[in-house]
Design a protein around this ligand. Structure first.
Ligand code: GLU
Length: 457
């Protein structure tokens, strides 16, 4: 059997790092099992779903390094769901209900005050044909519920009915179907809620493993019953913990907080996002993993903790610096060209500056310093100015060897008696205009003798 997974967001906003966790868990699981990854847009809520969000989600996935084998839209598949509902109606497990939201609300309150669980009491099953005719005459249209198989002969007498599955992440799981309301599958206006289309698609698309957030654990009990009602074998389920901010807040597509788009715009590398999104809240240490292949090797669904994974967005910057520090020139080259860093010095330049970057784009300011000199003229005391005069007089003629920085500063130390910070800081300021930065031993050969002399104060 080919492993087939899917990532199934509703396109109602941009995806955030928590959604990326779900997408990546599926992608890495597919990678490790030579499986297929389907991108499925759960866009049955026509009013809130937008094509622009679907497009943007695909863009974000590509940026992260996820390339789906197929892309599907639920909004284009209503006929398939209609056929499934007809089958369920024929089997007598879908029934029409006429309650308004206000009526349901009132009933829930009454049940609560009587100490009963606030589940739907299946009152619609007891409607007489006359009452139904009356509702219809009033212009009420039915919504349709799935009759959960939680009774032996009388649906009005539900009994504890356990659904079990062996969760890929959480191990043995149990949901009692008697603790749940019969889910609404179809709204009054004929549109679908998430529950049924998801199951129908998982069957039709041959989904073997459903990996999703643990906010869906209860749904899984219901959906396993639906798979069975449609005479299909349920897939394997895995529910991973959700990401929350350090203060314990959940993430929402609506607020745009920690969206993949905003992380990209702030210069975070995709593998920094992927490393944190996948490894936080697991028994693996969070580390900057440079490639998806290596991340796949570390990925192990059962090693995910069951409690919410708190994470610190600042950690992304730490991971980002580590990734850039080790990023080979071949991988940076094209992006550097776009930034205007592209002559025969680009490679030694990259190797010299990469260890000092917060963001790849920051390489530009070092490129500018190298080509144009300090961006702000440094101020020097008289003593430092004299020192620098002597130092520049001692700069060796070209050709320079690989040890030019050591050779030059050695001579300067001998001639001036200065050492340590008193020696190096004025030189660093004169050469770069900044008190810290890449190794001067690496920068000096890139400036050349002429470039260096041009920096003499
Ligand atoms: N559209 C659902 C969600 O975003 C999908 C859940 C699932 O993977 O089945 O939560």
């Amino acid at each position: 059997m080919t492993v087939t997974v899917r990532f199934a967001p509703s396109p109602t906003g941009r995806i955030h790092i928590g959604n990326a966790r779900t997408a990546l868990f599926n992608w890495l699981f597919a990678m490790n099992n030579k499986g297929r990854f389907i991108q499925r847009f759960d866009d049955t809520d026509i009013a809130r779903s937008k094509q622009e969000f679907s497009d943007a989600i695909l863009y974000d996935l590509h940026w992260l390094g996820i390339f789906p084998d197929a892309t599907e839209y639920q909004s284009r598949r209503f006929e398939i769901y209609d056929a499934a509902v007809e089958r369920l109606k024929a089997a007598g497990v879908v029934y029409a209900c006429y309650e308004t939201p206000e009526e349901l609300d009132l009933r829930r309150k009454v049940r609560r005050t009587r100490g009963l669980p606030p589940v739907y009491g299946r009152e619609a099953l007891a409607l007489s044909p006359e009452q139904i005719a009356e509702y219809q005459a009033d212009g009420r249209r039915p919504h349709w519920r799935f009759l959960l198989p939680n009774f032996s002969s009388d649906p009005l007498q539900p009994e504890r009915t356990e659904v079990h599955w062996n969760d890929l992440v959480r191990g043995e799981e149990t949901v009692d179907l008697a603790s749940l309301s019969d889910p609404v599958l179809v709204r009054e206006d004929g549109t679908y809620l998430y529950t049924l289309p998801s199951v129908v698609d998982d069957i039709e698309m041959g989904v073997s493993h459903v990996i999703r957030g643990d906010d869906h654990v209860t749904n899984t009990g219901v959906q396993i019953a639906l798979f069975q009602a449609l005479a299909a074998e349920p897939p394997v389920f895995g529910h991973h913990n959700l990401l929350t901010t350090a203060s314990g807040e959940g993430l929402s597509k609506r607020t745009g907080a920690l969206s993949i788009e905003s992380l990209r715009e702030s210069g975070i590398e995709p593998m920094a996002v992927a490393s944190l999104a996948v490894l936080v809240g697991t028994s693996e240490n969070v580390a900057a993993v440079p490639t998806m292949g290596e991340l796949a090797e570390r990925f192990d669904a059962p090693a995910t903790s069951k409690s919410a994974a708190k994470f610190d967005p600042d950690e992304l910057f730490v991971l980002n610096r580590t990734l850039l520090h080790h990023l080979p020139f071949a991988e940076a080259q094209d992006r550097l060209i776009v930034l205007g860093v592209s002559d025969d010095k680009a490679e030694p330049f990259w190797l010299a500056v990469r260890g000092n970057l917060d963001r790849l784009a920051d390489a530009v300011s070092w490129w500018r310093i190298l080509r144009e000199g300090p961006q702000e003229k440094p101020e020097f005391s008289d003593g430092d100015r004299d020192f620098l005069g002597q130092a520049f007089d001692l700069l060796p003629e070209e050709p320079w060897s690989g040890t030019i920085w050591k050779d030059w500063t050695g001579k300067v130390r001998e001639a001036t008696g200065r050492k340590g910070k008193a020696l190096f800081m004025p030189l660093r300021l004169a050469l770069t205009g900044l008190p810290s930065g890449p190794e001067l031993a690496d920068l000096l050969p890139l400036m050349g003798r002429e470039g260096t002399m041009a920096r003499r104060p």
